[in-house]
Design a protein around this ligand. Sequence first.
Ligand code: SF4
Ligand code: SF4
Length: 472
Amino acid sequence: MYNVMSPKAEEFISHEEIQETLAYAEKNKNNRELLEQILEKAKLRKGLSHREAAVLLDCELADINQQIYALAQQIKKDFYGNRIVMFAPLYLSNYCINGCEYCPYHLKNKHIARKKLTQEEIVKEVMALQDMGHKRLALEAGEDPINNPIEYILECIHTIYGIKHKNGAIRRVNVNIAATTVENYRKLKEAGIGTYILFQETYNKESYEKLHPTGPKHDYVYHTEAMDRAMEGGIDDVGLGVLFGLNNYRYDFTGILMHAEHLEAYKGVGPHTISVPRLRRADDIDPDVFDNGISDDIFEKIVACIRIAVPYTGMIVSTRESKACREKALRLGISQISGASRTSVGGYAKPEPEEENSAQFDVSDNRTLDEVVRWLMEMDYVPSFCTACYREGRTGDRFMTLLKSGQIVNCCHPNALMTLKEYLEDYASPKTREIGDKLIEKELDVITNPKVKEKVIDYLANIHNGQRDFRF
Ligand code: SF4
Ligand code: SF4
């Protein structure tokens, strides 16, 4: 029985409810009156239910689809402006005891290079990331209680926060590790993590169990209830995601929105972010063997419909996607992207030799961070290295309050401009710096509060003179 407030995975992600939702969406996909009503509700910017969003996703009427895309773009602008938050993944270890069929780190893969970074190697990797200009990392590690126990992860976090190299600093460490206990989540919280990220991969229990035939990850219920345990352990910001391509996309789109509704209803805070990765080719993984691949058009529709359904949730796209695809997705709703990513274990300090491939997947966007930053600015986006909320304790519902207050232009925007200025001063190429300084000048006008604007102008001058780390 479907129950959004239930602590049980199979009740808050009810298979029957998803099936009924998909049937309802199929039946109503060309029901103009209903589609228009849903769009009217969406324009209030308070979000949509999974059922309403599923109808929009299935809609085949060209003019309504145009309105869906236009609204997604407008909501993106209203809530996130033209700022794009930058981050980089750092793979700590690819030892893993699970049997995930779509990931080359699965236990039975004997030809992938297995690696685990030592603390000394982490220092080198993080210094290389700092030298590129990154301030925000997402740590990744396989599940292996012997090679990557929680103590190892905690030690890595501690090491990373402690590295101060030139003007660099990693100011927010997000963590993507396997589902774990409340006690371990509490330890992660105490170690100062930002977001805890865990992808569901698919919400369809039957497919999930087939795709995870062995290892602890096989347990669908334990995995699906992980975010509840993370929040119980004190982590306010959690990041959801599914791996599109594994299972029917309509099913997983509905599932992820039901998960978001559950967190909001049961824990009082929806997910901080939703990621929309698509299955990619990797060491012994051929995406064509899964016949649920989605086209770029469907991918864009998913991004637009999630943007409309959960306006307060940040959306992330990685370098799995090409430049062209990321361009479209940015317009429709993406608020965070990774740049210059290495998906091997380490690989930032020194590129991995080809014969040693330890990568989780092939990246489609191989540009440097400087190139990505310039590309964003040339499209009039403001690349942001802001981590202020986390550092000011604005997590969970406090972060949501900021988002809902309409004060973003006087908070996120100044923070974005100041962190971009830091980037330009310390890491950018002359060409990127020139473009960036002009952009900052222009973007100061977006700040509506004259006192804030005045302060920002002062702070920008101070940054130019060598001071760092100003924030609102
Ligand atoms: Fe291990 Fe994660 Fe890869 Fe599964 S997806 S094999 S849990 S690293
Ligand atoms: Fe994000 Fe907070 Fe910075 Fe705004 S101020 S960009 S919400 S971290």
